[in-house]
Design a protein around this ligand. Structure first.
Ligand SMILES: *[C@@H]1O[C@H](CO)[C@@H](O)[C@H](O)[C@H]1NC(C)=O
Ligand SMILES: *[C@@H]1O[C@H](CO)[C@@H](O)[C@H](O)[C@H]1NC(C)=O
Ligand SMILES: *[C@@H]1O[C@H](CO)[C@@H](O)[C@H](O)[C@H]1NC(C)=O
Ligand SMILES: *[C@@H]1O[C@H](CO)[C@@H](O)[C@H](O)[C@H]1NC(C)=O
Length: 217
C-alpha cells in the first residue's frame, strides 16, 4: 500500500524532525508500524494467542518490532529479537513476544497497558535444558514521548517512540492503515500466572542460525 504525502506534510516533518518538543506528528498514530523490511507485523501473522499449550508463534524471516494503534485507544505489539552469545556462538537466545491492550496519551508520552491474560512470550534457547518455552507476558510500556515524521530518505511515514528513559526504539514505518490487529478485547481468558508449558520444535537451532545470517534490525 502506498501513502501519498502532501507538500505540507513533508514540510511539517522537516520542522518536527528538528523540533525540541518531540511530541509532533504529521499524521495520526492509527495504523500498523514496523521496523526495517516490515517482516514483523501485528495482526495474527506471528502470534495466535491461546492457552500456553495452544498458542502458536509463526516465525518471521527477520527480527523486528511492530506496533499497531487504533484511533480509539487500543494497541498491539510484537517484538522478535535475539541475543548473541560471545562465549558460545551457537547459544543464541531468541525471544518473540506478543501482547495487546489499551493505550492512553499522557502529556508528551504514551502508556500501553496490556490485557494481562493475553500476552505471550516464547524463548528459544538451544543450550538450555528447555529449549523452547512459552510463558505469559504482561509488560506495561511507558513511552516518554513520540513523534511521526516523514523519513527524509524513504519519504515514508515513520513513528519514533522513545522509551520511559528516553532511549529510542528503532524507527517504524507505516505498513497498514487501518491497522492489522487481532480483535481488541481479551482473547484467551486464561490467567494462571506462573504456569508454563514447554514444547519441542526441532528447528530451534536452525531457525536462529538463519536469523543471524540474515540482516537484523
Ligand atoms: C496526531 O495523532 C493524533 C492521534 O492519532 C491524531 O488524533 C491527530 O490528528 C494527529 N495529528 C495530525 C496533525 O495528524
Ligand atoms: C521467508 O523467506 C522464504 C525464503 O527465503 C520465503 O519463501 C518466505 O515467503 C518468506 N516468508 C515471509 C513471511 O516473508
Ligand atoms: C552463553 O552460553 C552459555 C552456555 O554455553 C551460558 O551459560 C551463558 O549464560 C550464555 N551467556 C549469555 C550472555 O547468554
Ligand atoms: C490475573 O491474575 C493476577 C494475579 O493473580 C491478578 O492480579 C489479575 O487481576 C488477573 N487478571 C485477570 C484479567 O483476571
Amino acid at each position: 500500500m502506498r501513502f501519498t504525502l502532501t507538500a505540507t506534510a513533508l514540510l511539517a516533518s522537516l520542522f518536527s524532525a528538528n523540533a525540541q518538543n518531540f511530541n509532533n506528528n504529521v499524521t495520526g498514530i492509527e495504523g500498523t508500524w514496523s521496523t526495517g523490511s516490515g517482516a514483523v507485523s501485528t495482526g495474527g501473522q506471528i502470534c495466535i494467542p491461546g492457552t500456553l499449550e495452544t498458542t502458536t508463534f509463526t516465525y518471521p524471516n527477520n527480527t523486528g518490532i511492530s506496533y499497531a494503534f487504533t484511533e480509539d485507544g487500543f494497541f498491539e505489539e510484537v517484538r522478535y529479537r535475539y541475543n548473541a552469545n560471545a562465549t558460545n556462538p551457537q547459544c543464541i537466545t531468541g525471544f518473540i513476544s506478543w501482547q495487546h491492550g489499551t493505550y492512553t496519551f499522557n502529556g508528551d508520552g504514551l502508556t500501553l497497558t496490556p490485557f494481562q491474560s493475553d500476552g505471550r512470550i516464547q524463548v528459544q534457547d538451544p543450550c538450555a535444558a528447555v529449549t523452547n518455552q512459552i510463558t505469559y507476558y504482561n509488560n506495561v510500556m511507558q513511552m516518554k514521548n513520540w513523534a511521526i515524521i516523514v523519513d527524509p530518505l524513504t519519504a515514508r511515514y515513520t513513528l519514533n517512540l522513545n522509551q520511559f528513559d528516553g532511549a529510542p526504539l528503532p524507527p517504524m514505518y507505516l505498513i497498514a492503515k487501518p491497522p492489522n490487529m487481532l480483535p481488541t478485547h481479551t482473547l484467551t481468558g486464561t490467567n494462571s500466572s506462573g504456569q508454563t508449558s514447554t514444547r519441542r520444535r526441532r528447528s530451534v537451532t536452525s531457525l536462529l542460525k538463519q536469523l543471524v545470517k540474515g540482516e537484523s534490525e
